[in-house]
Design a protein around this ligand. Sequence first.
Ligand code: IMP
Length: 199
Amino acid sequence: MADRPRLVIASGNTGKLREYRELLAGTGFELVAFDTDVEEAGETYVENASLKAEAALSKSGLPSLGDDSGIEVEALGGFPGIRSARLGPTQKERTGELLRRLAGVPRPWRARFVCVIALAAPDQPTRSFEGECVGEVVPEWRGEAGFGYDPIFLVPGTGKTFGEMPPEEKRLYSHRAAAVRALLESGALQSLVDAKRGR
Ligand code: IMP
């Protein structure tokens, strides 16, 4: 299928890339991973997602998706939020650091995951789409699936953390799946396909 339109996923995070490959399968796009390595200089998810998408667009000339996401813990005033990737050098240390900050805080530790997707395309203003998943942080690591903070994020009503869910179950609840749904429902991707075909 030589003329499949291409869409850049502006990320070097293998967990995110795997999820985008699953969530966008069936859209007809050939997905191209591209790590822009831009500094996350923004104050919000929308700004950071847009920085990533626009950097990828300017380097590739192709429509590009940027993802900025994080976990927000209510008792910590929404921390770490946009700083979720910067709590420590490895994910193990980041998860440990978050749990250390919660030590002594009465449970339940209500939390949410947030994902903002920005779509940057030639000659168009950048648009963004948001998804969230409300749940609870738990003190013990549970499960090996997923990535990031998945093993300590319990999804209400399931008795499972994201770390205990296969991808097809995580997508029923996940912030990233919700953001992708908003993107698809907006028609923005379809109009890129139509534009490429000259319709
Ligand atoms: P950033 O979007 O590159 O700033 O990184 C977001 C960080 O939030 C990731 O490195 C993860 O630690 C965390 N995160 C975002 N989405 C998820 C998810 O779906 N599961 C677990 N952790 C996530």
